[in-house]
Design a binder for this molecule. Structure first.
Ligand SMILES: *Cc1c(COP(=O)(O)O)cnc(C)c1O
Length: 377
């Protein structure tokens, strides 16, 4: 038996170091905003929105309360509702599909590509009909979807092209950042995302003025510039001013963090490619990946995960059960076998620790443990 305490601890994500580095600045922000009582729709929110729109290379950013809410408001702003269909993938976090369902519309699934884990553009056209209102690709794990074909289909059929960029802050497709690739881009600043708030937060990006205005109003009870004049039944979906200020403080670090994730990913690629029973993630040459998750595939997934856990290495499964097989979406009447790639990947995928502050020693321990596992089987 191995002695657990002899192994370094490798969590799947550790925000301690990141927040220690920013400790004084974050506390100062907190103290300032407390002093000013600047909690809702303050100047800090405006400033963060400007900075994040610029970061994405687009015109507008609207801060909202979460990534899930961003998706819901985006669909709502386009007028998606009962009787409409939205084409998306079953291999994503549940929020993507919850947002569709909560507008009253019906999610229509297409499968993912086996090597990049993103929407298979070849399957989209067949699913478009007169009820289709929107295409909703997910830039899963931090890699942009192949947008070329999807974008031309959206234009041809006059559909909303909505990006779920909740895992892909800063990633690019043909040198253009996600959030600027479609009509609307949705981001999550959940603490564990590539850039996270100290709580829940999200944003929508767009270059379309009318959509931006509508979303700004929707997130604030349907009001525009005048208080207590409501143009539409809206929502309370604002981003907290303090979260905006924290995010603005973090934004200048984001590219560096993404670069570090990329360095860890290339080390994994180099060291694990030779292992027979592992498939390392593929990156399309037209894309840059930001590795929100570094996900390998292996037929040994469950046993390997247990082996790593015994050696103090935390891993994850994103996601074990595709959404077409989840009880929550039974009413969509899909069956096992409908999306074979998503199902197969769900059985085989394993997320390894890959966060910016991970040390070389920690990563060596992960790599050596995986190699040892396969040497001994
Ligand atoms: C995190 C995430 C969301 C939801 O974001 P929240 O801020 O947690 O509501 C939506 N889609 C994907 C792909 C995500 O990873």
């Amino acid at each position: 038996m191995t002695n657990n305490s002899s192994h370094p601890n490798v969590p799947i994500l550790d925000l301690t170091q990141q927040h220690q580095n920013l400790d004084a600045d974050l506390k100062e922000i907190f103290a300032e905003l407390m002093k000013d009582n600047a909690y809702i729709l303050g100047e800090e929110l405006n400033e963060f929105e400007k900075a994040f729109a610029e970061f994405c290379g687009t015109e507008h950013c609207i801060g909202v309360s979460s990534g899930t809410e961003a998706l819901r408001l985006a669909l709502y702003a386009w007028g998606v509702g009962k009787g409409d269909e939205v084409i998306t993938v079953p291999f994503t976090f549940a929020a993507t599909v919850e947002a569709i369902v909560h507008t009253g519309a019906t999610p229509v699934f297409v499968d993912i590509e086996p090597d990049t884990y993103t929407m298979n553009p070849e399957q989209v056209e067949n699913r478009i009909n007169e009820r289709t209102e929107a295409l909703l690709p997910v830039h899963l794990y931090g890699q942009p979807t192949n947008m070329d074909r999807i974008r031309s289909l959206a234009t041809e059929h006059d559909l909303l092209l909505l990006e779920d960029a909740c895992q892909a802050h800063g990633a690019t497709w043909k040198d253009q950042r996600v959030g600027a690739l479609g009509d609307l881009g949705c981001f999550s600043f959940y603490p564990g995302k590539n850039m996270g708030a100290l709580g829940d937060a999200g944003a929508i990006t767009t270059a379309v003025d009318t959509l931006a205005d509508r979303i700004r109003s929707l997130r604030n009870h349907g009001q525009k510039n005048e208080k207590y004049r409501h143009f539409t039944p809206g929502f309370n979906s604002r981003m907290d001013n303090i979260q905006a200020a924290f995010l603005h403080e973090k934004l200048p670090e984001l590219e560096d963090w993404n670069q570090k994730r990329n360095q860890h990913a290339s080390r994994y690629d180099d060291q694990l490619e030779a292992v027979d029973q592992i498939t390392t993630p593929d990156v399309d040459e037209r894309a840059t990946h930001v590795y929100h998750q570094y996900a390998i595939q292996t037929p040994e997934r469950d046993r390997l995960q247990q082996f790593l856990s015994n050696r103090n290495i935390q891993t994850g499964i994103h996601y074990p059960r595709p959404l077409h097989l989840q009880p929550a979406f039974d009413h969509l009447s899909y069956e096992k076998g409908d999306f074979p790639v998503s199902e197969r990947v769900g059985d085989r995928v394993l997320t390894l620790p890959c966060f910016p502050e991970m040390t070389q020693k920690q990563q060596d321990h992960v790599i050596q443990s995986i190699t040892q596992y396969f040497d001994s089987t």
